[in-house]
Design a protein around this ligand. Structure first.
Ligand code: SF4
Ligand code: SF4
Length: 424
């Protein structure tokens, strides 16, 4: 698909503004009903996905061209997909796919954000999104008694991802997740310094070639390692392996699980026992890439045409991803199985969750906007009485930590791995 393939969607956008909010029937508290961080922060229609349809149509008609303003509006967006899910309550349009294709077009035409160029240059040189040396990639696991899959075989690969591999403050979480698997007797190994980026974040910036390159690399590396299951504690990596690789026709062909799915399985099988009390009131933040963006890809091939000059028909009928099939219950089941833990839900949850703020390259190019978005979520967590916000992604944890530090919001920030560790 290209951006022009969404011409009918550009014409069919009714400017109803559903994309700016969570659906009416899920609104519980008027302070927490917004869905689009970009629109809510910049308060201008262009920043909503409806505005992106306007921009794309204007581009198509050659009334505007890609310039700095166009790039600014397009990239001050987390690509979190809240708009996409809410739009599909009202209309079956594909705003997220249109925005993705617009970003790919910008990159193909050399219209690049300087902050993202730095990230991509680092990726091309060092195979990671953190501008760090690839030789240091396995350092987070130093001292752990775990198989190196380059030397020994194992049934499961624990794939840390770029953020966990190079963000030293988060190393204890990455190590903790692996240790839980080891303690449960899982036959698990790591790729160490030979692990490379999944390519998912680069794709979201518009660098489509990087996703293909790393998908092919992973297919070969995992085939050589002979693993049957990939487990990752990173939600971004999960979405890349599970959804994006399938989208571009590079399905891995092995079981792909987020660590919350695997830990939930181990707990339910009695291989991991949570016995210690954790007396804390917590709420759970659904990472976008584990939730709505983690819903499996639905392939469709057919004809899209107009009848009676206005109605769009898909032949054969097209099924849409509405976000409901993301990973929502395993992390909640884990939290509910921790003794002494008081779990409370926020107002915007599951496919209607508010973004942490880090996605779509915003944490790299617009850190103030990332912090504002994260702070909005911390306020929501506090509003439901939580003393701690728990997530299941290193990008969420990093952004919440930074947001709390910047704005002084007093709330503890955990990854779910840390709470499981406290309970075993
Ligand atoms: S919800 Fe969909 S149709 Fe409505 S304004 Fe937003 S993008 Fe357009
Ligand atoms: S992806 Fe998120 S930030 Fe971007 S337009 Fe949609 S809801 Fe707004």
């Amino acid at each position: 698909m290209t951006w022009q393939d969404y011409t009918h969607d550009m014409q069919r956008c009714t400017r109803c503004s559903y994309c700016k909010w969570i659906p009416y029937r899920y609104m519980q508290n008027t302070d927490f009903i917004e869905g689009c961080p970009s629109l809510s922060h910049y308060l201008w229609h262009a920043y909503a996905s409806s505005g992106k349809f306007n921009m794309a149509y204007s581009l198509l008609q050659e009334r505007i061209e890609i310039d700095d303003t166009f790039l600014d509006v397009l990239y001050r967006c987390q690509m979190d997909g809240s708009c996409d899910i809410s739009c599909k309550v009202q209309q079956d349009l594909e705003p997220l796919q249109l925005m993705q294709e617009l970003r790919i077009k910008c990159v193909e035409e050399g219209q690049l954000l300087p902050a993202h160029m730095v990230v991509i240059e680092g990726l091309r040189k060092e195979d990671n999104m953190m501008q760090s040396s690839k030789t240091d990639r396995g350092k987070w696991a130093e001292g752990l008694d775990v198989k190196n899959l380059n030397e020994e075989s194992a049934g499961v690969v624990y794939y840390a991802g770029c953020r966990y591999s190079f963000d030293e403050e988060l190393w204890p979480v990455a190590r903790g997740g692996l240790q839980l698997l080891l303690d449960a007797g899982v036959d698990v190994g790591i790729l160490g310094a030979d692990e490379a980026c999944c390519g998912g974040r680069a794709y979201e910036l518009g660098y489509a070639g990087e996703l293909t390159k790393y998908a092919e690399h992973q297919m070969e590396a995992l085939r050589t390692a002979g693993v049957k299951t990939l487990v990752t504690p990173c939600s971004d990596c999960y979405a890349a392996f599970k959804v994006l690789y399938d989208k571009i026709g590079k399905k891995l062909g092995i079981e792909v699980l987020h660590i919350t799915q695997y830990l939930d399985r181990l707990i339910k099988e009695g291989k991991l026992r949570l016995t210690k009390e954790v007396p804390l009131t917590v709420t759970y933040h659904d990472p976008c890439h584990l939730g709505r963006l983690g819903e499996p890809w639905i392939h469709w091939q057919g004809k899209e045409y107009k009848v009676m000059g206005q109605m769009i028909v898909h032949d054969p009928p097209k099924k849409f991803r509405r976000g409901a099939k993301g990973v929502y219950e395993p992390p909640r089941d884990i939290l509910k199985s921790i003794p002494g833990l008081n779990f409370v839900e926020m107002y915007r949850i599951k496919e209607y969750s508010w973004c942490c703020g880090a996605g779509g390259g915003v944490i790299d190019a617009y850190p103030d906007f990332a912090a504002w978005t994260g702070t909005e979520r911390l306020k929501e967590a506090k509003a439901v009485g939580a003393k701690a916000i728990v997530s299941a992604c290193p990008w969420c944890k990093r952004n919440f930590l930074d947001a709390a530090q910047e704005t002084g919001e007093e709330i503890e920030v955990y990854d779910i791995i840390e709470l499981v560790q406290k309970a075993v």
